[in-house]
Design a protein around this ligand. Structure first.
Ligand SMILES: Nc1nc2c(ncn2[C@@H]2O[C@H](COP(=O)(O)OP(=O)(O)OP(=O)(O)O)[C@@H](O)[C@H]2O)c(=O)[nH]1
Ligand SMILES: [Mg+2]
Length: 210
């Protein structure tokens, strides 16, 4: 049985995975969750989230039910200490920036440092470049997002909470990673007898920072 099949057999469908949306104020965390949960985008003036709340969603991954409890946090600086408290028992984190805001992209490094400090080592992390529908206002190239994600060993997608582009995809990817990482996979031997001098290429890290 390959590792993915082994993970599927052992996966406990009663688990609920705490998943947290983080990132600067205004990058579109609430909009992304509303699009995912209700399939709609509410245009108009921006109303910053105050406090914290969650939405429960059940996703089907290869016939397995994966339960996500998705927490939408407030991005404003004054609420950061509250957000930190929620990192500890999170199994997945979606870190958003806005492709039209250089500061939101630059700040993702600080967010990743915080995540490293407060979250569990095996947390599943996705970096999302949101507002990808705003092509004419874009200041962060897709390649820059991909490069940063590679540097930190996290998964990357560009999304649009407005059009829905890659929104379901982002949460499905998280759910698949949670299935893959939820079981302790057997450690593969690094060497085979026939290639004593040739180490196997490093397996990709399962979860969290590589
Ligand atoms: N064009 C476009 N606008 C978006 C998108 N996502 C969010 N917005 C707009 O950006 C503004 C901020 O969105 P929010 O979802 O409230 O941002 P937030 O990250 O929840 O902000 P905080 O709650 O303060 O942390 C709103 O005016 C949204 O309508 C997107 O994908 N495309
Ligand atoms: Mg919000």
């Amino acid at each position: 049985m390959d590792q993915i099949s082994a993970a599927r057999v052992a996966y406990n469908q009663d688990l609920t995975h705490k998943t947290i949306l983080v990132g600067d104020s205004g990058v579109g965390k609430t909009s992304l969750l509303v699009q995912f949960d209700q399939g709609k985008f509410i245009p108009g003036s921006f109303s910053a989230t105050v406090g914290i709340g969650f939405t429960n969603k059940v996703l089907t991954v290869d016939e397995l039910k994966v339960r996500l409890q998705i927490w939408d946090t407030a991005g404003q600086e004054r609420f950061r200490s509250v957000t930190h408290a929620y990192y500890r028992d999170a199994q997945a984190l979606l870190l958003l920036y806005d492709i039209t805001s250089k500061s939101s992209f630059d700040n993702t490094r600080a967010w990743l440092t915080e995540i490293h400090e407060y979250a569990q080592d095996d947390v599943v992390i996705m970096l999302l470049g949101n507002k990808s529908d705003m092509a004419s206002a874009r200041v962060i190239r897709r390649e820059d997002g991909e490069k940063l994600a590679r540097e930190y060993g996290v998964i990357f997608l560009e999304t649009s909470a407005k059009t829905g582009l890659n929104v379901d995809e982002a949460f499905m990817t998280v759910a698949k990673e949670l299935v893959r990482c939820s079981v302790q996979l057997p450690v593969e031997p690094r060497f085979h007898l026939h290639d004593v001098m040739q180490p196997e290429t490093e397996p990709s890290s399962c979860c969290g920072f590589s």
